[in-house]
Design a protein around this ligand. Structure first.
Ligand code: MN
Ligand code: MN
Length: 478
């Protein structure tokens, strides 16, 4: 009796754990009983969040708040490493600013993006970086990074590449087309500077001399409609440019990421490089996976809306890109989100080369790729789910240097998406948060949709309701 009495007495002197002492196993938030998907495994578990980070993954975790994820997929927030928000191009600026673009991204299950910095001739790279960050601050609702662009005027500034990299630009954009095009000698110098800074070059690969010659020839012949857009930018010459810059990068000794692969011919160059053990990666985008070049033959502005570069290709290329994504020949999916209004697109109806290029998909990417990779998978469903998470989140984070994103692991940012495989949606411009007023996926029926998006532990989208405060997103140094 006396022993028991002493124990009871001692127990009564302890602070009440329910009122006085924090229980170390009681987390801020627990997402219960979801199907957790990583690039390596699919399993039912609880995911616990403390503050802005993932605290634990396991069973019977307890939280002050819980979200029931029974029947839902729990995945790392998607990462879109190629977007153009409020980007000035010629006479126009892409329609989604840093608020509306990141809001649309969040609604679609994307929790980090990488946009671009371009430097004026009289401007230092660090000045341009600060100016771009100032435009994003106060607007972004998710975290973001920036690629630093190296144009022809920046070849004289290559001694600034190390400083830009130290300031968080872990990747540098090189163009082989447009006014920012680098010739081969300039590509060589830029790739050497990026190599010496320990950063990753990313490249728009097309043969600009061939393109400008074909555009001029077509316009002179009266071939002015969007039908002639893909016929002025041949797939074989996109592959030639990709192969050329792969060879220059290999000679320099630097990894290289090929943007917006539109065709099988470029996939072949990347596969050949990988077979030689070279650190060459490639991405494709929803437009090349869902659309083909016959959309340019639609009458009026409808034929101008899908103008983007590289252009949409024939059905055989579209099928080859899905196969390349499944096999690993291509590494990831981005959007190259760069929206313009129908009125802006219509300004080029009498000259296809003046149509502002780019299409929107920042909000639909995760669901579009789910539908294509998982719902249409012929083989192992779990393997398809892992691949979906890999190409939309894990590989983009790893390749672009997001150290704490792209995976659900303790210590990582609690950027988490709850995805309902049973939800059905019909895409329409009216229901998207993108601001272009149109979408290339109008009427596409999706099976599977994100229902809750968390960014660093905060619910920022909940069953179609946006909850994020503008400016809560942060620049992530990479
Ligand atoms: Mn491009
Ligand atoms: Mn782009």
């Amino acid at each position: 009796m006396s022993d028991n009495g002493a124990a009871l007495s001692a127990h009564r002197q302890d602070p009440n754990p329910m009122t006085n002492q924090p229980d170390p196993t009681l987390h801020d938030l627990v997402i219960k009983n979801g199907t957790v998907i990583s690039d390596a495994a699919v399993f039912v578990a609880d995911v616990a969040v403390d503050g802005e980070q993932i605290a634990a993954i396991g069973h019977d975790l307890r939280g002050r708040r819980t979200i029931d994820a029974d029947g839902l997929y729990v995945i790392p927030g998607a990462i879109d490493i190629h977007v153009h928000l409020e980007m000035p191009i010629g006479r126009f600026t892409s329609t989604d600013d840093f608020y509306h673009g990141t809001l649309a991204a969040a609604m679609g299950g994307t929790t980090a993006i990488v946009d671009f910095v371009e430097t004026r001739p009289d401007e230092a790279m660090l000045e341009a970086l600060a100016a771009r960050q100032a435009r994003a601050a106060g607007k972004v609702v998710i975290d973001y990074g920036l690629h630093m662009t190296i144009g022809p005027d920046d070849i004289a500034k290559l001694d600034q590449v190390a400083a830009a990299r130290a300031a968080g630009c872990g990747s540098f954009k090189l163009y082989m087309a447009y006014g920012l095009r680098l010739n081969d000698g300039e590509l060589l110098q830029a790739l050497e500077a990026v190599r010496d800074a320990g950063a990753l070059p990313v490249v728009h690969a097309e043969n600009w001399d061939v393109i400008t010659t074909l555009i001029g020839r077509n316009l002179a012949a009266g071939h002015t409609t969007p039908h002639w857009h893909p016929r002025s930018r041949p797939a074989a010459l996109e592959a030639e440019a990709a192969g050329r810059v792969i060879d220059i990068a290999t000679w320099v000794g630097v990894p290289l990421h090929i943007f917006h692969v539109s065709c099988a011919a470029v996939v072949e160059r990347i596969v050949a490089a990988k077979a030689r053990g070279l650190p060459i990666t490639g991405e494709t985008c929803p437009q090349y996976l869902y659309l083909t070049q016959d959309v340019y033959d639609r009458p009026g502005v409808d034929g101008a809306l899908p103008v983007c570069s590289p252009p949409l290709r024939p059905e055989s290329d579209r099928r080859a890109l899905w196969a390349a994504l499944e096999s690993g020949a291509l590494d990831l999916v981005t959007t190259d989100h760069c929206p313009f209004t129908a009125a802006e697109k219509a300004t080029g109806l009498d000259d296809f080369s003046r149509i502002p290029g780019g299409v929107p998909s920042i909000e639909s990417r995760l669901s579009l790729i789910y539908d294509g990779l998982v719902n249409r998978a012929s083989g192992d469903k779990a393997a398809a789910l892992r691949r979906w998470v890999d190409v939309c989140a894990t590989t983009p984070a790893r390749l672009l240097g997001f150290a704490n994103k792209g995976q659900l692991l303790p210590g990582y940012d609690a950027d988490i998406v709850l995805f309902d495989p049973q939800a059905t949606r019909t895409i329409s411009a009216d229901s998207l948060h993108e601001t272009a007023g149109w979408t290339p996926y109008e009427g596409v029926e999706l099976h599977g949709a994100p229902v809750i998006t968390l960014s660093r532990g905060e619910v920022i989208a909940d069953h179609g309701r946006p909850l994020a405060t503008p400016g809560r997103g942060r620049f992530v140094p990479r």
